[in-house]
Ligand binder design. Sequence first.
Ligand SMILES: [Zn+2]
Ligand SMILES: [Zn+2]
Length: 353
Amino acid sequence: MKAAVWHGRQDVRIEKVGEPPAPPPGQVQVRVAWCGICGTDLHEYMGGPLYIPLDHPHPVTGVQAPVIIGHEMSGEVTAVGEGVENLAVGDRIAACPIIGCGKCRWCRSGSMAQCDRVAFLGTSWTGGALAERLNLNAYQCYHLTAAISDEIGALVEPFSSTVRAVAQGQPGPEDNVAIVGAGPIGLMALMAARLRGVKRVIAIEMADRRIEAAKQCGADAVINPLCEDPEKRALEITDGAGFDLVMECAGQPATVLMAAKLTRTRGRLVIMGVFEKPAAIDLTDVVFREKTISGSMSGYGLYDETIRMMTDPRFRADLLITDHIGLDDLVGKGYYGLLNEKDKHVKMLVRPE
Ligand SMILES: [Zn+2]
Ligand SMILES: [Zn+2]
């Protein structure tokens, strides 16, 4: 079968690989329908390896480079291993990429994403979603309802991480929420906040296309820091209080500093951006105004809730899925398209056949 295999930095090859074996006990085999390209895929390609084990096998899965990549997937179960009860051949699923050790305190308490030895689909698992087929643990698979197409199913993974990140900030119906950065994750966080039901959602963004996308995705207003002072504007919008919840979705030193400032006294800042190096926050301001800062990692535990939310008509997959490509175009049209024309694309889906 055909697969996208990461061999090294800037060396991802589309090649013929062996079919996965019959699924072992506890696993199922899945034919991939669609797989989205994620920002972390671009990081692995341009500057990796970040999470791909290079010189030693992963402690839980035994996998090391070269690995089949891809983790934002939907597909159909084609074979079921021994002991799997909740899945049958023909079931349509979305996959959660988290694979824990199963033994540590985090795995045993329902927080597998926090496992110190966690493995991920597409970086340290036996198969990746940018291939025709792969084996998955049955616990990684979540049923897609008839209302969710295969294409929308490929958005479950990234959308679930924003659903969980918004939930970390616990916004109420009277809260004003700011989304800093209207890239793919920012736009999904915006919809997740909207669907949760908050008073206002404001996006903070500088690129014209993304400003437009944020408005279409339901932003009540967009603050462009190139044209106006974001702090002043934030106070005007929130009747002088500042934002109850700020979601940092850009991952830049300047944006996290701003995101912390825009958070009101005793407000919450949730960080979803992936930072290339440590970034500064004005901690005196955090202390004096008793702000809460938290990170949020993956949508583990909220997949069924996410799938339910995605059936709401206000979830606009049509605004998020901007491109469809085949596996052979992954590097050229896919990676370089996203790297060179960032704001032209939101989510690019790949058909691995
Ligand atoms: Zn992802
Ligand atoms: Zn563990």
